[in-house]
Design a protein around this ligand. Sequence first.
Ligand SMILES: Nc1nc2c(c(=O)[nH]1)N[C@H]1C(S)=C(S)[C@@H](COP(=O)(O)OP(=O)(O)OC[C@H]3O[C@@H](n4cnc5c(=O)[nH]c(N)nc54)[C@H](O)[C@@H]3O)O[C@H]1N2
Ligand SMILES: Nc1nc2c(c(=O)[nH]1)N[C@H]1C(S)=C(S)[C@@H](COP(=O)(O)OP(=O)(O)OC[C@H]3O[C@@H](n4cnc5c(=O)[nH]c(N)nc54)[C@H](O)[C@@H]3O)O[C@H]1N2
Ligand code: SF4
Ligand SMILES: [Mo]
Length: 720
Amino acid sequence: MTSPDRITKTTCPYCGVGCTLELHLRGDFIHRVTSPFESVVNHGNLCVKGRFGYDFIYSPKRVTAPMMRKTPQRPGHRTQAFDLSEWREVSWDEALDHVADRLVEIYRRDGSDAMAVYSCAKATNEDNYLLQKLWRALFRTNNVDHCTRLCHAASVTALLKSLGTTAMSNTAAEVLKSDVFICTGTNTTENHPIIALQMKKAIIERGAKLIVIDPRRIELCDLATLWLPLKPGTNVVVFGAMAHVILKEKLYNQAFIDARTEGFDAFAASMEPFTPEYAEAISGVDRNLIVAAARLYASAQNGAIFWGMGISQLSQGTASALGLIHLALLTGHIGREGTGLNPLRGQNNVQGASDAGAMPFHYPGYMEVVKDENAEKWERAWNIEPGGLSRKRGLTTTEILANAKPGGVRSLYIMGENPMMTEPNLNVTRHHMEQLEFLVAQDVFINESGAFADVFLPATSWAEKDGTFTNTDRRVQRVRKALEPRGQARPDWQILCDLAGRLEQRLGRPSTAGWIYAKPEEVFREMANVATMLKGVTYARLEQVGLQYPVPDEDHPGTPFLFAESFPAGRGKFFPLEYIPIAEPPDDEYPFILTTGRLLEHWHGGSMTRNSQLDVLYPEARFEIHPIDAAQLSLKTSDVVRVSSRRGTVVLRANVTEKTTPGVVFIPMHFVEAASNLLTIDVLDAQAKIPEFKACAVNVRIASESELTNPGAVTERGRY
Ligand SMILES: Nc1nc2c(c(=O)[nH]1)N[C@H]1C(S)=C(S)[C@@H](COP(=O)(O)OP(=O)(O)OC[C@H]3O[C@@H](n4cnc5c(=O)[nH]c(N)nc54)[C@H](O)[C@@H]3O)O[C@H]1N2
Ligand SMILES: Nc1nc2c(c(=O)[nH]1)N[C@H]1C(S)=C(S)[C@@H](COP(=O)(O)OP(=O)(O)OC[C@H]3O[C@@H](n4cnc5c(=O)[nH]c(N)nc54)[C@H](O)[C@@H]3O)O[C@H]1N2
Ligand code: SF4
Ligand SMILES: [Mo]
């Protein structure tokens, strides 16, 4: 093997586990990725994405020069341009001046409500902090959001309501101290593979017992003591029935309930109807399995709960997450090592982007925008006149696009997101995108959304910049520059500072010198001085190993688990719950429930992994259907099927597999040729505004090979 001329230690750009990477470099090329055995998060283990998924940065499809559309785009007539011949390469000055001119023109004409931005959970804390600062400080709007809205929004809403905080309560590796744990709505082996390794170790080496509650036969079922295969969207009933059993059999922890919670009586009364018999009728799970799961979890010494998108991406997402929080409050399985409530965060830096204030209701550090005292703190920090910052909650991602119309949102700036693959009901999303007056995309690739833009600004990837990411267990870790930027690409934070200077000038806002930073470390300091949970985090301290916030001062060692003494909300709150079925149940015309999700080898809309060698491992979308259903349709693996919902159609090859359950079919979300979001429904959870990605009704017809070029495709081209 060729020896490297240097090795750069950094953090994986894919998932929220936050594994440490060592990039082995020769000149300009990463020729190998390893991980040090002593890495705290992953002990030298990496999944296929961390090990082999880095090469998208060298893809010939990557765009590394600023670009402007040749044909001016008009609202209502905006089109997608994938072919670079439809773009004109321009200088950074021309691109940024144009962006500044157009944004200021729209702001002067239509005011703050016309301005909106999508921030980026792939980018660093520093990038995200600056983006929200820019729109808040200069355009006086809170219309700032990012993919967390499509992700754990319901978990966050439920955790805030009940406990007063949002992050995972424990360190993922503490599963090794749990004797019983629940995995529900998380396909952990594919989506958080290194945490799944720790779970397997807990079971195999430490004898822990696992309860899986999931409609699909995910890999962890092989190691589970109990698997409860519920129908999609019936979480509230199953968790309610578990609570019912715990209440009826008096398996709850009275001392904990008395000392640490409130609202128990009303909650207990609301659980009366949730008998195991009723739950079996609604969810399809054998009542005995529900009783056994309740007993096993309640009788644990250290019971932990891990969950993912199967909980939050439903119109009853908030209620589903509350159902889990209730189980922990009932049994007192929280506030100790190896117990707790663990929503596994998805993107490498979704926790950090949220902490950094890339959200419409909160400043950095979860300070609510509607409260004067919070706005005043940031007015002082950003040298803004008193009363200058908006006290009005901004729009969420889905609301931003839905408001793209005259009198509503007119300009959108997208830093590293791809709504044209990742929002629900893409035909409607496309219509909204077309209505925008001005659209900027700042990304590594011109993705399906950037193809609609007026201006494309080339950002560097994680390997070409410095900064920090915050992983799923609140661990702030360093990202280190290993390579010079490709072409003319620039780090997000630099692009934003350059743009901000131009905007300040045009807006005539007092120059605060607030946009001049020598390095990301200075950006981090500015944020941590006000967002006090990060106060004790410094780059110097992160040099060796990450720190888990809260870190209130520079001597504080970090906080591996939360709630030992109390909850930020004081007492943990129970809420009465009722069950509401999914918005679109199956019927004669659309007899299957479609659930969508992920594959180990791919990432969301595919910009990164489909431009990587990983695409060779899993090159084509597959439609998963159970053998019983396949037999009725006379369908075999590799046959071509046409799958339709009331909103759209995709054509793809079938995979007949017991990984799914009868009546439930699955399409991964990664493939533009068969974009699952053409089918999904855009109903939202009323409280968290998260779409119901996990359940809609579809029908299935056998199709011919020639139909494989997708009739409802969101893009004109086959793929990147
Ligand atoms: N390889 C890879 N890894 C990733 C990602 C990726 O794109 N690719 N994305 C990252 C991101 S942003 C996220 S948010 C995470 C997501 O990680 P997961 O939450 O594991 O993601 P999904 O694949 O959406 O799987 C959700 C699980 O919920 C189950 N489910 C579906 N409906 C229901 C239901 O009604 N009730 C219950 N209890 N379960 C249900 C599904 O069967 C599936 O097992 O993954 C992260 N990791
Ligand atoms: N049907 C269905 N839809 C879903 C889901 C589902 O389960 N089913 N899950 C939802 C969830 S949980 C999530 S999190 C969303 C994800 O939704 P998105 O965030 O929209 O998806 P990504 O494909 O991860 O988009 C990230 C973009 O960032 C770019 N990028 C990478 N690094 C950088 C960088 O350093 N700087 C900049 N500027 N850009 C960068 C990539 O090229 C890519 O285009 O999808 C949601 N959509
Ligand atoms: S588990 Fe997540 S962080 Fe670790 S290597 Fe895989 S994708 Fe990267
Ligand atoms: Mo996510």
